[in-house]
Design a protein. Sequence first.
Length: 354
Amino acid sequence: MHQTKRPVRTAARLALATGLAVTGTLFAPVGPAAHAAAPAATVLPLERAHDVAAVRDRVFVSGGSTSTSVVVTSATGAVTGTIGGLPGPTDLLVSNDQSTLYVALPNANQIVAFDTGSLVESARYSTGAGACPSSLALAGRRLYFGYGCDQWGGNIGVVDLSRQPAVVSTGLATEDFYDHPILATTAGAPSVLAAGQPGLSPAAVSIYAVGTGGALTFQRRTAHTAAGSNLRDVALSRDGSTVYLAQGAPYGIQAFDVADLNQQSRFFPTTAYPNAVEVSRDGTRIAAGSDATYDPDVFFLRLPDGIPDASVELGENLVAGALAWAPGGGRLYAVSQHWSAGAPTLHVLPAPAA
């Protein structure tokens, strides 16, 4: 497939205490970060974009509810192909061993699985009529999905991959969600599942314990107004002890101790309208994003204190939730799109040196 590239706009910058500098209109690593891969920006053959996921040698970008495609690129951002014929691909999730890509298809009430090497479909799971599965999370051999097609019709379901054939169950949460809940799990603590409530202000996040057979037991919920407004993304620390929230306000990433959700334990400032948060595979860093038109859009933050390593201005708006770390942590993938027109762009950003 023909690859079209455009440079990051002149306004783009990678700053703060990293040793990463700008040469012309492209980022160039210098000093301690000289080993990092060069940044790149590639226009994607999509009208809109929804999510991004990465394995060792490939990156996947979904086209969203009005699309039928997932675009496939190399690790450096070169478009290599497309997975087509998908009715409205939205959320993407890669298995812990990187062998399987899961794609949520809310328009078809299905979740489809692909082999990340061959790109051949390996399984398809029906979530039931009127489910609209829209967010995905793995806890061991159980694939959880947040679903909901209409107001107050949201809930949580699971595909039990430990059984053959896999068994799908819905209605695991005792509460109904206003919209499909945004789910987060972590391989380091598969007994913890976080479920965020989008579409409401104030927002809320609930913690569930994953039990025998994949059953969920409600543990606690954030106090009223504690989670801010307009929740856009949720992530868990690698040990499952901290949940991170990206929401329209306040302007930063909020951290809550999973054991006590009454008030934030830490706050990491960004720019206006935070809309993405992603924890690195080794758990030492956070990538945060904002829907900021003229200010930096992506932030590299060191844990546990959120010390800023770098910020990046993409030149257009970051797509909500569209950040993904490369498995080795050396790159961050970000998808942006102008709010009014134009195709989305995949940005390959070198991570600052540790």
